[in-house]
Design a protein around this ligand. Structure first.
Ligand code: S3P
Length: 427
């Protein structure tokens, strides 16, 4: 796909539903008694993989353009799947469902695409095994395919090495099936959508500092969920409006949960012109409209506890840094190496190809802003967030940019290029 410079980003946009929240709505709706409806569900490939897995586990899920309807069967309502479960490209599906499958009375095999088969699963195998499950990495390399033999589980207190909502959620979900409370302590607070939504469904779950504790065997009941827009998808348009001259964009109904809003804090640090219009709360999640205008950005340091609140936004933040005055340092983000691609390498290699002054480090990137970018051949590494980040960079570069594997945006934002084109002004 080819991109050239534009003259402005203008108008209004509503981004698709939040990916993390959409996954959880399907999973918790399946484990609840009765009907759960989900409005503004993200119809991206990742969330469709979650629907497919739960259908294979015997749950009936109907899809209409307005909403999805899940006919939940309760905590013990899943049945032996007739086929291997396929999580596609989705780490959230793989890790969260592993927690649920650990508490079943049957054995399941779970796999995914080439990227999933390289991502580390030891981080969930270890705690789930401590709880009593038997999980085998069939390739013997700590990755999927996984054979998960459900067993009676025991509550544990687990301290994670990395701040990961996928790991935390896998343990808490196994905790639903345990014989005593289960708690997870993280080095920094990761996104808390599981805690908020499980509580909405009727689970007893509390958070103190960076420790979440769940009581076993709750009776979950079906809910009506309205999914807010995904701040991770909005981030591309926030960046586009900031770095493109003559821009003014209103982004409607964006989820601004404080465990996800690191991009907004970075915008403030970078002097970006972003205004949060009054917000509301639905299904336990806050959301707001965002007004974004062209900005004179300056470099900043992004590190520590901020990292888990913007982990998926670091590729597009790296693009913003190229248009900022001064140096931007991203550190404490070694997790970027084990996402859908190695995002430290993918960003460094592609930004350098566009002429940016960028250095990859062990746990992040250092970017000297202010060098004009030029069009280049970009390798997306079939990673949706890399493809979207470079589509935005390309609109502010001289010459033509070609993105290889651009269609991988279907993972989280199938209509991304159409939406971007609609708000891009060529005159
Ligand atoms: C997610 C958690 C994050 C994030 C991923 C979605 C979730 O991963 O990068 O895109 O929905 O829980 P980690 O938990 O591995 O940090």
């Amino acid at each position: 796909m080819k991109f050239t410079r534009i003259k402005g980003i203008r108008g209004e946009i509503t981004v698709p539903g939040d990916k993390s929240i959409s996954h959880r709505a399907v999973m918790f709706g399946s484990l609840a008694q009765g009907i759960t409806t989900v409005e503004n569900f993200l119809r991206g490939a990742d969330c469709l993989s979650t629907i497919d897995c739960f259908r294979r586990l015997g749950i009936s899920i109907e899809e209409t353009p307005e909403q999805i309807t899940i006919h939940g069967k309760g905590l013990d309502g899943l049945s032996v799947p007739s086929e291997i479960l396929d999580a596609g490209n989705s780490g959230t599906t793989t890790r969260l469902i592993s927690g649920i499958l650990s508490g079943q009375t049957f054995e399941t095999t779970l796999t995914g695409d080439a990227s999933i088969q390289k991502r580390p699963m030891g981080r969930i195998i270890e705690p789930l095994t401590q709880m009593g499950a038997s999980i085998t990495s069939l390739g013997g390399n700590g990755c999927a395919p996984l054979c998960i033999e459900g067993r009676p589980l025991h509550g544990i207190h687990y301290t994670t090495k990395v701040a990961s909502a996928q790991v935390k959620s896998a343990i808490l979900l196994a905790g639903l099936y345990a014989d005593s409370p289960t708690s997870v302590t993280e080095p920094a607070l990761s996104r808390n959508h599981s805690e908020l939504m499980l509580s909405l469904f009727g689970a007893s779950i509390k958070t103190e500092g960076t420790t979440a504790t769940i009581e076993p065997r709750p009776r979950l009941s079906g809910q009506k969920i309205l999914v807010p827009g995904d701040i991770s998808s909005a981030a591309y348009f926030i960046a586009a409006a900031c770095i493109t001259p003559d821009s003014e964009l209103l982004i409607r109904h964006v989820g601004v949960n404080p465990t996800r809003d690191g991009i907004l804090r970075v915008c403030r640090m970078m002097n970006a012109d972003v205004t949060l219009l009054p917000y509301k709360e639905e299904s336990g999640e806050p959301s707001a409209d965002l007004l974004v205008r062209s900005s004179s950005l300056k470099g900043c340091v992004i590190e520590g506890e901020l990292i888990p609140t913007l982990i998926d936004e670091l590729p597009i933040i790296a693009v913003m840094a190229c248009f900022a005055e001064g140096t931007t340092v991203i550190r404490d983000a070694a997790e970027l190496k084990v996402k859908e691609s190695n995002r430290i390498d993918a960003m460094a290699e592609n930004l350098a190809a566009m002429g940016a002054n960028v250095t990859a480090t062990d746990d992040g990137l250092i970017i000297e802003g202010g060098r004009p970018l030029r069009g280049a051949a970009i390798d997306s590494h079939l990673d949706h967030r890399i493809a979207m980040s470079f589509a935005i960079a390309a609109l502010n570069a001289d010459g033509e940019t070609r993105i290889q594997g651009a269609e991988c945006v279907n993972i989280s934002y199938p209509a991304f290029y159409q939406d971007l084109n609609r708000i891009s002004s060529k005159t």
